[in-house]
Design a protein around this ligand. Structure first.
Ligand code: MN
Length: 469
């Protein structure tokens, strides 16, 4: 069957659900999952359906099995479910199931018994061409034409899943067309600085991580120096200068200077994070979330700090949720700064092990597991660590487990990090998931010492092998 007719079939089934029944919705707690849930929520309200939503970080077999004991007859999985499709069929035989996901799968035919909507079954690349929220949007659009006004959320989800690369591909692009057609967003060509809408210019320069400015990113002083060298006042009449305050020639000088400083970066880096490009502007929104990339960051912070429903409320236009989400973003940034400071202070101790070829951050309870992945990922862009160095972050969870986050500097691993981590975690009866360049896992705390010894040995060996190559 073709994708569109398959969607039609699922939508017909969905429409027939009794409006008195409570539909159980399970969604992923990252930006894409929260956007997915926001789309479906709005769509269900429009159809007068009843529902209850739960956000989870990871869909385990136990979770699927437990759903079998609930009263709900209809269950919808968003931005997850594909990886557990076998267990869903096994434990939830009595239920009517909808899985709306985009994670890649080897399944190449439609499933029997469950509505499994995943464009990757139809040859779409789920990691680049369609977000989970875009999948949910396609479903919602078929359900009711009014839902065209939710297309922009598919785009926010795609940005959250790093599918924006100065433009979109495939199905995401079609969703983008709808978002523009429905007059929710505009594309502006401009400088793709983060925070440019509402932050002092020198802060914007200092915090410019994606558009990395060698010698400036990360330092307030250097950012102020750069402005001074261009005769741009950082502060004028008691007010911090913003990007929009610059005269045309000042802006030109600033950009020239940044482009010059960025010449030392690789071509690939320059292409991927071009200083100019598309900005997706949410029309009529508050300055803090006008740029969809910033909205996506705020939603991500909510998810990370266990406030996914606040993020969803914000997307549904709730003013209180907007204020709470703004606060949550601040908290999130504080947590991250605290974690980075802690790591800096523990360098060359047993807590932060740095050897040739690998680095292990054993944070214990100092870094919350919720931001461990974010922190470990930040080090993949750190230019002070040799390209290709394995990075492992470890942090204690509340239930005597250790969360593992595994990355590599430069994000281009020769071997699959997921497989490498799995081969180690296996020995300790742990869990593991992820993909080629990013993996995560869980082991019991009693294995801590032995696990770290094994990791040191295995990664040390890997680093040696690569030198010999
Ligand atoms: Mn996703």
């Amino acid at each position: 069957m073709e994708l569109n007719s398959y969607i039609k079939q699922g939508v017909e089934r969905f429409k027939n659900i009794d409006n008195k029944e409570v539909i159980r919705v399970i969604s992923h707690l990252d930006t894409d999952g929260i956007c997915s849930a926001a789309i479906l929520t709005k769509a269900m309200i429009r159809e007068r359906k009843k529902f209850s939503i739960t956000f989870i970080n990871y869909l385990s077999e136990e979770f699927v099995r437990a759903l079998g004991n609930e009263q709900h007859k209809h269950i919808i999985f968003l931005d997850l479910g594909t990886s557990q499709i076998k267990n869903i069929k096994k434990y939830l035989k009595e239920k009517e199931i909808y899985v709306l996901d985009h994670h890649s799968t080897r399944i190449r035919t439609e499933e029997e018994g469950v509505f499994h909507l995943n464009p990757s079954i139809y040859g779409t690349d789920g990691s680049k061409e369609v977000s989970g929220a875009s999948v949910v949007y396609l479903f919602a659009k078929e359900l009711n034409n009014k839902n065209l006004d939710l297309a922009y959320l598919g785009i926010v989800g795609a940005i959250g899943d790093s599918q924006e690369n100065n433009g979109f591909l495939g199905l995401n692009n079609e969703v983008l067309d709808d978002a523009i057609k429905s007059k929710k967003i505009n594309i502006e060509k401009g400088i793709r600085f983060f925070g440019a809408e509402n932050k002092p210019l020198y802060k914007v320069l200092k915090n410019s991580v994606d558009i990395y400015i060698p010698g400036v990113t990360g330092s307030d002083d250097k950012a102020l120096e750069l402005l001074e060298s261009l005769n741009i006042e950082a502060k004028k009449k008691g007010r911090w200068t913003r990007l929009e305050d610059l005269e045309e020639d000042q802006l030109k000088a600033l950009i020239e200077s940044i482009v010059l400083k960025r010449q030392s970066l690789s071509q690939n880096e320059l292409k991927k994070n071009d200083i100019f490009g598309n900005k997706y502007i949410l029309l009529g929104a508050n300055p803090e979330i006008r740029d969809l990339r910033e909205l996506s960051t705020m939603i991500n912070a909510c998810g990370r700090l266990d406030k996914a429903s606040v993020g969803m409320g914000l997307l549904l236009g709730d003013k209180k949720c907007f204020l709470r989400a703004t606060f949550t973003l601040k908290e999130y940034k504080k947590e991250i700064l605290k974690a980075i400071k802690w790591i800096e202070s523990k360098k060359r101790t047993k807590k932060v092990i740095q050897e040739k070829g690998y680095m292990i951050i054993n944070a214990g309870e100092e870094i919350t597991p919720k931001i461990l992945g974010t922190i470990t990922s930040m080090f993949t862009r750190n230019r002070e660590i040799e390209y290709g160095t394995y990075l492992m972050g470890l942090s204690r969870t509340f239930n005597d487990k250790i969360k593992i986050s595994f990355r590599i500097v430069g994000n281009r691993s020769k071997v699959s990090l997921q497989r490498l981590l799995e081969s180690i975690v296996e020995k300790f009866d742990g869990e593991c998931g992820g993909h080629h360049n990013a993996a995560g896992g869980l082991i019991h705390v009693k294995h801590e010492e032995k696990f770290i010894e094994t990791v040191k040995m295995e990664l040390g060996k890997k680093a040696m092998e690569e030198v010999i190559e």
